[in-house]
Design a protein around this ligand. Structure first.
Ligand SMILES: [Zn+2]
Length: 263
């Protein structure tokens, strides 16, 4: 089983979104300088003997050209989404959209589900957790729910495979994990390989390493359920110990640069 990391560009946003209260006014410094940071957007190709699996589909290539609503783009800008579209990113690691046998959506936020249109009208299975699909439709189609869901990303003719379980065997050595917190139906994965170290895809349970290692909270706007997210981190740490696994964070640019050299 081979793993390939796809480069889907950089999101630019206030660091406080990822690290709650990282920059805050205090008595001795009443107007500290905010930090505008870069976050990696990546997808994964899991080249498994049973199937070529695509993990997430990134941002829509026209995110910066008005496809993303202006208030969302102001907060989370993704100016290079067009240069790093799914086809280009797959091509960089030697694949094309036609090679993909199945898709797993960790969740359906706009920086993760924007390439699903490639699979519109095909029979390529698209895996998502039931709670994510329910929450995504509620959010995109009603005033309730969260902001970061666009119906135009996921409301396609897709071969949805709805996961109800907390742990789901996708293929030999690839287990999907329900990790609620950032969203209600977030999925991660435990990938066990014969000759290489095991990998735990934590994704947006932890945007950055400190969210996981130091258990620094993400900003409130990135947490549907902060208590559930803490439990998901604890669950992952248990698995990490048991499998001696490498943990992959959701948007950590520094880690992403390392992962590109090989996973
Ligand atoms: Zn994300």
């Amino acid at each position: 089983m081979e793993l390939h990391v796809l480069d889907r560009g950089r999101i630019h946003a206030d660091l406080n979104f990822a690290l709650d209260g990282e920059v805050a006014a205090v008595h001795s410094d009443r107007s500290p300088e905010l930090e505008y940071a870069e976050f990696a957007v990546w997808n994964l190709v899991i080249d498994h003997p049973e199937a070529t699996i695509l993990w997430d589909t990134g941002s829509h290539p026209e995110a910066a050209e008005g496809y993303w609503p202006a208030p969302l783009f102001e907060a989370f800008a993704h100016p290079d989404a067009g240069e790093h579209d799914l086809e280009t990113a797959l091509d960089e690691v030697g694949y094309s959209v036609d090679d993909i046998d199945c898709v797993v959506q960790s969740h359906l936020h706009l920086d993760h589900a924007g390439g699903l249109y490639h699979f519109d009208g095909t029979d390529v299975p698209v895996y998502a957790h039931r709670r994510e699909l329910e929450h995504a439709y509620l959010s995109a189609k009603s005033p309730a729910g969260g902001d970061a869901y666009l119906a135009s990303d996921f409301d396609h003719d897709l071969n949805w495979q709805v996961i109800d379980q907390n742990r789901y065997h996708l293929a030999d050595g690839v287990e999907l994990l329900h990790l609620p917190g950032h969203t209600p139906g977030l999925l991660g994965a435990l990938i066990e390989r014969e000759h290489d170290e095991s990998v735990l895809v934590a994704g947006d349970v932890a945007f950055l390493e400190p969210n996981y290692e130091a258990e620094r909270s993400m900003g409130a706007s990135l947490l549907y359920d902060s208590r559930a997210n803490e439990e998901s981190v604890a669950f992952l740490k248990d698995l990490q110990k048991r499998y001696d696994a490498r943990v992959i964070y959701g948007h950590d640019l520094e880690q992403f640069e390392q992962l590109r050299d090989g996973l």
